[in-house]
Each structure stands twice: as C-alpha cells, then as structure tokens.
Design a protein around this ligand. Structure first.
Ligand SMILES: [Zn+2]
Length: 172
C-alpha cells in the first residue's frame, strides 16, 4: 500500500482488526520513510460497479465518495456512526445485487434518499436539496410535504393500538 504522504511503497501494517460491524478489516499502517500513519479498510466487493453520470461518462463506483456525501448531509446531526456505516453498506449491497453493473447516478441518489429518509429527516431534506437541485423555497416545501405524507401513511398502515383508557389507579 503506497504511503499517501510521501509515496513510498514500503508501508507496514501495525495492527489489523475487524470494524465494529465486522463488515471490514481495519488496518493501521505506518510508513518507515516519513513516519506517516494512516488507516486502510478491506471490504468485500461482490462486483465491480460503474457509475453512469448524467453526462454519459462512466466512472468507477467510489464508496468513499458516497460516504462523504452522506456525511455532509448528516453534518451536526445526531446519527450513530455505526448505523451510518451499516446504511452505506446496505446501499452498496443493493447496488451490487442489481442485474447491471452499470448504475445510473440517479439510482444511487434515490437509494441514498430512501435510506436517509429512514435515518434522519433533516439530512434527507439536505441531501434532496442538493440531489434534486433545489432553486426555490417551494422545492423545500414540496419535499417536506412528501415527508409528512410518508409519515402519515406509515401511521395509517401501522397496526392500530387499542386506545389506553385511564384507569382510576393511574389517576390516583
Ligand atoms: Zn511516507
């Protein structure tokens, strides 16, 4: 593994351990030439994915880039890093299990929106505003209305709870 600081090819692994959810191996490395320290992750890759940009350009799928855009949307939000990691793993697995290894960038955006909607509504609106290229306040209104509708229909489809009747014991 080439040192990201000085370019030396002679870096050493100091420590290897599974990540929190055991979906990756984390290796701490040190460069004997410049003393630089860095961490690498080894992950299962089921297949090689290519992203088809709106311009038609094909670029290799980059998990780190996906993670960065998710983290930008989640900035200063109270999201559990492990859950975010699992969310991104889930998105990647969904992409890998599709029939075609060429994936339109819109498809990735949709999966991220779906996942963020379940995780954090503020991050969802943030991501949607960038992804859908919001220009006006009404764009925000419409996505917030969509969120409200989704919450509403989730409530409607949920099994109805028997209404709790206050018993005399509770009121005492
Ligand atoms: Zn180095």
């Amino acid at each position: 593994m080439r040192c990201p600081y000085c370019g030396s090819l002679d870096t050493q692994v100091k420590d290897s351990r599974p990540s929190e959810d055991s979906s990756a191996i984390r290796r701490r490395r040190v460069c004997p030439d410049c003393g630089g320290r860095f961490t690498t992750f080894e992950r299962v890759q089921l297949r090689e994915l290519m992203v088809i940009k709106k311009s038609g350009r094909r670029v290799p799928f980059d998990r780190d880039k996906l993670m960065r855009s998710v983290q930008i949307a989640l900035r200063k939000r109270p999201a559990d890093p492990e859950r975010v990691e699992r969310m991104v793993n889930g998105i990647v697995r969904q992409l890998e299990s599709q029939g075609d290894s060429d994936i339109p960038s819109e498809r990735i955006g949709e999966l991220v929106m779906e996942a963020l909607r379940a995780l954090d509504s503020v991050a969802y609106v943030r991501f949607a505003s960038v992804y859908r290229n919001f220009r006006e306040a009404k764009d925000f209104h419409s996505v917030i209305n969509e969120l409200a509708d989704a919450t509403e229909s989730a409530r409607e489809t949920a099994p109805s709870m028997p209404s709790a009747k206050p018993s005399p014991a509770n009121q005492a």
